[in-house]
Design a protein around this ligand. Structure first.
Ligand code: ARG
Length: 458
């Protein structure tokens, strides 16, 4: 059992129940590396400033470096009875270097220490997350480029709408992931203020050098207000909000793929390695992995709510409630990384069901807007054109006829402007070729987007 950092003021031992309830070691062990790095920088500064003797400073740095090494080798022994990671490492240091260890906590509190640890952790995680996002964008882009010619029916309200290139739909994922990446990078800039030196919350009378610690730890700036330094958890909320938005995108991708892989759609086949079977229905191949992605995303949104609700009633400055920011933070980051990794692999093995898609493209209602625009180009108002095509659609549906099979005479009954050449646009290729407005689905524009993203993501 590690010694309490505050034990002497207490006339008796704390209850085992209280110890168990207040301990955070079961989750904040994840911060061990940053706790060591922060303490090394702090100890060096204390030595340089002659706040503690140089030789003690050197001894502390040596001891902490050896703890770091054991951590890297996977030999770091977590003490499950420790109050938190700070006490655990402090105790370990004492056992390695003796009394000099007691000088490490000079001009420091666990309040600024934990703020530092989380910030360093998040900074590092954001880099990992953005790397994963880039890998996923590349994986989707490859899938899009490999299937650049495929046209699918697009949907609004989950009702058949218009033809689009599959690659165009996939580029929509890439574009939304780009915003997610930008948000994370932006959050990283705001996190980049070093809090150490704020101590409990009011600063210190000892001649510390915060600039030196900031430089050693690679922060851009210093926190400006010691009270805010230990009270603030905006950086936790901000990354959880960013991850919540990112996970909305991931969930919607999952949902698209689930739908597309149904018998009813039959657009794609998801590899067996990412599906499961049924214990009762032998024919089944279920997209459980994608369903669990969709389901797990709710937990990430819960993580954000969790921290928002925990924070909103806290008076300044530090309160122990703040300890509870870590389980949701770790959960959201780990879960999102898992999902990103799954998608990176899953997109590599999706098979396009070209025949089934082609059959779906037989539905000529996909071209109704194209006929409307054909009539507008011949001088009709939008309203007139919409009415005419509406009547054609209704009659064809009622009589079970196809627009392309109407005679010229029948077409002219709807409008004199409907010439035989209208039939040349009633096919998927012509339909996508027509969408030439910037950002539209014409193959030439989509090809350009594919090559722009190919360069961007290289
Ligand atoms: N485990 C605490 C946390 O996560 C560390 C800071 C404890 N500070 C204190 N004054 N009890 O916030």
């Amino acid at each position: 059992m590690t010694k309490k950092l505050w034990g002497s003021r207490f006339p008796k031992k704390t209850s085992v129940l209280a110890d168990k309830f207040t301990s955070s070691i079961s989750f904040d062990y994840k911060l061990a590396r940053y706790d060591c790095l922060g303490s090394i920088a702090h100890a060096r500064m204390l030595g340089k400033q002659r706040i503690i003797p140089q030789k003690d400073s050197k001894l502390i740095v040596k001891g902490l470096s050896s703890i770091l090494k054991s951590l890297e080798k996977g030999k770091f022994k977590i003490d499950p009875k420790a109050e938190d990671i700070h006490s655990n490492i402090q105790d370990m240091l004492f056992r390695r270097i003796g009394n000099a260890a007691h000088k490490l906590h000079t001009a420091r509190s666990r309040n600024d220490q934990i703020a530092l640890d989380i910030k360093m952790y998040i900074k590092n995680e954001i880099t990992e997350l953005t790397d994963f996002i880039i890998l996923l964008q590349r994986s989707i882009l490859k899938f899009a480029r490999d299937n650049r010619k495929v046209i699918i029916p697009g949907y609004t309200h989950l009702q058949v709408a218009q033809c689009v290139l599959l690659a165009h739909h996939l580029l929509a994922y890439i574009v939304s992931l780009e915003r997610d990446k930008a948000r994370l990078i932006d959050a990283q800039k705001r996190i980049d203020q070093m809090p150490l030196g704020s101590c409990a919350f009011s600063g210190t009378g000892l001649p510390i050098d915060r600039e030196a610690v900031k430089k050693e730890l690679g922060f851009k700036g210093l926190t400006e207000n010691s009270i805010d330094s230990v009270s603030d958890r905006d950086f936790v909320i901000e990354i959880l909000a960013d991850l919540s938005i990112l996970s909305v995108h991931l969930s919607r991708i999952a949902e698209d793929l689930i739908l597309w892989s149904t018998k009813e759609f039959s657009f794609i086949d998801i590899d067996f390695s990412f599906c499961t079977g049924s214990s009762i229905m032998p024919h089944k191949k279920n997209p459980d992995v994608l369903e669990l992605i969709r389901g797990t995303v709710g937990k990430i949104h819960g993580d954000l709510s969790n921290v928002l609700i925990m924070m909103k009633g806290l008076p300044l400055s530090y309160n122990r409630d703040l300890q509870l920011d870590k389980p949701p933070l770790f959960d959201a980051i780990d879960t999102v990384k898992d999902i990103l990794e799954i998608f990176i692999a899953l997109f590599e093995d999706i098979v396009i069901e070209k025949e089934a898609i082609r059959a779906r493209l037989n539905d000529e209602s996909l071209f109704s807007v194209d006929i409307v625009e054909y009539l507008i180009k011949k001088g009709l108002s939008y309203r007139e054109a919409h009415d005419i095509v509406g009547r054609i659609a209704k009659d064809c549906l009622d009589k079970g006829e196809r627009i392309s099979e109407l005679t010229n005479h029948e077409l002219r009954k709807y409008s004199k402007k409907l010439m035989p050449d209208v039939k040349s646009i009633l096919n998927p290729v012509a339909s996508v070729n027509l969408k030439t407005s910037y950002g539209g689905t014409s193959p030439r524009l989509v090809e350009r987007q594919l090559s722009i993203w190919n360069k961007r993501l290289r």
